[in-house]
Structures are given as C-alpha cells and as structure tokens.
Design a protein around this ligand. Structure first.
Ligand code: SF4
Ligand code: SF4
Length: 458
C-alpha cells in the first residue's frame, strides 16, 4: 500500500499540489525536468511570504517550507519514462540526468569565472547571462551548482578537453565520471500533471518590434524584472541601460482572462513603483474588448487601435504608432519601455509526456479534461492535471487548481493513511466523481432504453 502521490512538474502548481498532499498526510514525489524547482516563479518562492504585490491573492509555496518538508521528495533533471497500473497502485519509471556537481558544492563560485562558455540565463527570462557551470538563481532548490552538459566543452566520460572548473574546485564537487543517467521506480497512488507552460514569441508581429530593441519586452520578461530578487532587484528597469522607465506602454492583443489578469497585476506593481505614465493599447475593437479589460486598474489611459510600428529613436525611446479605431487619426507617442504579450503554449514535451501517461491532449495541445464535472480529471483514471498544463491560467488559479488536483489525487489513497479531517475532503471529491459517474451511467442506460424503444417501434 503506497502513501505517495507523483507530481510531474515542479513549478507553482506542482509545488502547491505537493504541499497540499503532505499537509494531508501523504508523501509527494516531484519530478522536474529543470535543474531547480519553481519554474518561472522560482525567485518568488525564495521570499518569506507573499506580500501585496507579486503573488498577492495566491498561496505560493516557499522554498524554506519545501526544504523543511520531509515528505516531499524532489527529483530534478528528471522525466517520466513509463507508467503501469491503475488508481491507487501505479508504478512509474523515472529517468534522472546527471548534474555533474555533487552536494559537496559549497557555492564558493570559484568555477563560474573560469568557465569559457556563456549562455542566456533562462531562469532570468534570458535577461542575464550564465556560464555552462552555474547556479540558476542565487537561492534555489536544490542549491548546488549544475553543469549544462549540452553547452559544456567536455563530453563525459571520455572526452574532457576543458576541465577548467574541476581544476579550481577545492571541494571536489565536480565529477564528469558519474553515470549520465539514473533510473528510479516509484510506487504511487495517483499522478498530477503540472508541467506549466511555455511563453512563446513566435507569433509576435514585426510591427511589435520585439527582438529589435532590448526595451521591448514580453510580459514574461517584465514579470522576471518585477520579481524580487530579480535581475534589477524587483524594480522596473530598462534592459538596455538599467535606467528607471518613466513611461511604459502595454500592447494587449491576447484578451483571455488569465492574460489580462497577469497584465493587470503587473500594472498595479508598476503603479506602486511610481512609474510616471502607464498606458495600454488594445488591438481589438472597444466593444469586443470591454469585458476583457475591465480588470485593469481604474484611471489608466487605454487606447484601441491597430499597431503600425514600434520604432527605436536616437534618444533610445520607443516611438509607437497605431491607427486609432475611434477616429481616422494615427497617433504617435514615445515610451521608455514597451511590453508585448508572449503567447501561452503547452510546455515543451507535453505531447510526449501525455503519450507516456496515456492521457489525451486537446486541440491546443494542453492536457484534455474530458469530464466537465471534475476540474482535475484527465482521460486516464488516477491521473489529474493542475495549472497551465490544462491551458492558460493566472497565478491564483494555478494555486487553486493545485489544491483541487491534490484533493482528487488523495482520494486514491487509503483514508487511514491521511490525517484526520483531510480524508473527508478527499472523499468528498471522490463522491462528486462517483455521483457524476452514477448520473452518467443512468443517462446512458436511459438513452439505450430509448433507442431500443425507437428501434422496436414502440
Ligand atoms: S568551485 Fe566547486 S564548490 Fe565552488 S561553486 Fe563550483 S562546484 Fe561548487
Ligand atoms: S568543463 Fe565545462 S563547465 Fe567546466 S569550465 Fe569547461 S566548459 Fe565550463
């Protein structure tokens, strides 16, 4: 009899689900592809508690809580290779790739300066640079350095032409002679898919100017700037010169509620930082967009029009030109920082993971939820979904999803393994699903009887 729940994905949703599981008395095994947990909000999780700004309204798990939780096992650089069994009794095969740096690492930082390989740091939304051996963030879980073996000049175990990092590591923490992979087998009662999302700029139009000037950033990049600790200490800054921006324009063309909520949260934080002028350009007709943008802070300057171009000026400002829908005018205004929306896409490899797990994906490539009565259920019994693995969600929704998925997953455990009180919550979720199944079965029986009557002509 297992007391464990497997969670695939160690971002906000996955870690929130893990926290809910251990609070209920279960064990959580978190499988994360990246070198650290936390996903895009890893830096936020280093903070002692959610304040009024970032993470407001969402109970984001903290790294210090997770470090202290004995019942959370975290496997980084890992992915699920196979699954057998059914609800209450799954066996899951997990592959863990080598980190090449052991827990003997004292974070002395001697290796980083000597490493000759430089790459953009994805953990800072590509706004900073790292080496092939690096600590993804100043504080992270786990906290050891890691080697990006695809970027490293060594090809272990036989071809080691560089080794500059090993030569300066006094703590003998770097080893290229370790097995490249380790296999793990876990017995779990249920699985929660919480793989998050990928922020894509592939569909941004040329007129947005993205990629042509560093001060045209995506909402994902701005989020990293506004997060403390971040590349600019949590303060809005122009990536071109780290100056404070006096004016910021948001260009909204994706009006899904989660996307507009994210922008609304960022605008509130910019207002709190006393940015002089914040404006919004909505590239949809006012009538169509009215409901979507009503969550934006009151008193903002909101224009509606078709973006013509964003053009860098000799003074480093960005001239924005658009065709105003409500007049025949083509206004031009200069801003210090322009924020465009990155599209929310399924996380890389989600389709392959869904195939391994035996779960359907929907037309957009996210994990399908075939049962409208159960927010967390996938097409495979005992496998649940939380957060952006099911589509675009904002932060508070992802945390709420995680609790729902955890409750559903816990219903597959023997209630005697759970703490008093939490078993009832889990069984309530199970009851809802059982009731739904019973209702569905009745409906199908009724339909069969009706068809039989029609066919027999009665
Ligand atoms: S030199 Fe060794 S101990 Fe120091 S940070 Fe690098 S890997 Fe860690
Ligand atoms: S061996 Fe790899 S990680 Fe170490 S210094 Fe050379 S390139 Fe960097």
């Amino acid at each position: 009899m297992t007391d464990s729940i497997l969670i695939v994905g160690g971002g906000v949703a996955g870690l929130s689900a893990a926290k809910a599981c251990v609070e209920a008395g279960a064990r959580a095994v978190v499988v994360e592809r990246d070198a650290i947990v936390g996903g895009k909000l890893a830096a936020l999780m280093t903070q002692p508690a959610a304040g009024d700004g970032e993470g407001a309204g969402a109970s984001v798990p903290r790294l210090e809580e997770l470090r202290a939780a004995n019942d959370v096992e975290i496997l980084t650089l890992s992915d699920v290779q196979g699954i057998e069994g059914g609800p209450g009794n799954f066996t899951v095969e997990i592959r863990e790739r080598a980190r090449f740096v052991t827990d003997a690492c004292t974070l002395c930082n001697h290796c980083r300066p000597v490493c000759p390989v430089v790459r953009p740091n994805d953990h800072d939304a590509g706004l900073t640079y790292r080496k092939a051996i690096y600590a993804p963030l100043a504080d992270s879980l786990p906290q050891e350095f890691v080697i990006d073996i695809d970027a490293c000049l060594n090809t272990p175990p036989n071809y080691l032409p560089c080794n500059q990092c090993t030569e300066v590591c006094d703590d003998d923490a770097i080893h290229f002679d370790v097995p490249l992979e380790r296999q793990h087998r876990k017995h779990v009662a249920a699985v929660i898919l919480a793989t998050g999302f990928a922020a894509s700029t592939a569909d941004l139009s040329d007129s947005s100017g993205y990629g042509k000037h560093p001060d045209i950033v995506t909402t994902a990049e701005l989020e990293r700037l506004l997060m403390s600790p971040g590349p600019s200490g949590g303060f809005a800054a122009k990536p071109s010169n780290e100056d404070y921006p006096n004016s910021v324009l948001f260009i909204l063309d994706a009006l899904e509620p989660h996307a507009v909520q994210t922008v609304a949260s960022q605008i509130e934080r910019l207002i709190a930082q006393d940015i002089g002028r914040i404006a919004v350009l909505v590239t949809d007709q006012p009538g169509t967009a009215a409901a979507a943008v009503e969550c934006l802070p009151a008193g903002l300057s909101v224009s509606y029009g078709l973006l013509r171009k964003v053009e860098p000026q000799p003074d480093q400002r960005l001239m924005v030109t658009f065709a105003d829908f409500s007049s025949s005018r083509i206004p031009e205004e200069a801003y210090d920082l322009v924020v465009v929306q990155a599209a929310v896409e399924p996380a890389d490899g989600l389709d392959a993971l869904a195939e391994v797990m035996g779960c359907d994906i929907d037309a957009a490539g996210f994990v399908a939820r075939p049962d409208p009565e159960s927010a967390a259920a996938t097409s495979r019994d005992g496998v649940y979904v939380a957060g952006a693995a099911r589509g675009g969600v904002h932060l508070a929704e992802a945390c709420e999803d995680a609790r729902t998925a955890a409750a559903a997953a816990l219903s597959n455990l023997d209630p005697r393994l759970l703490k008093a009180g939490t078993a009832a919550v889990a069984s309530e979720e199970q009851d809802v699903e059982t009731d739904t199944l019973a209702a569905e079965e009745l409906r199908q029986r009724f339909e069969r009887a009706l068809f039989a009557m029609l066919e027999s002509g009665k």
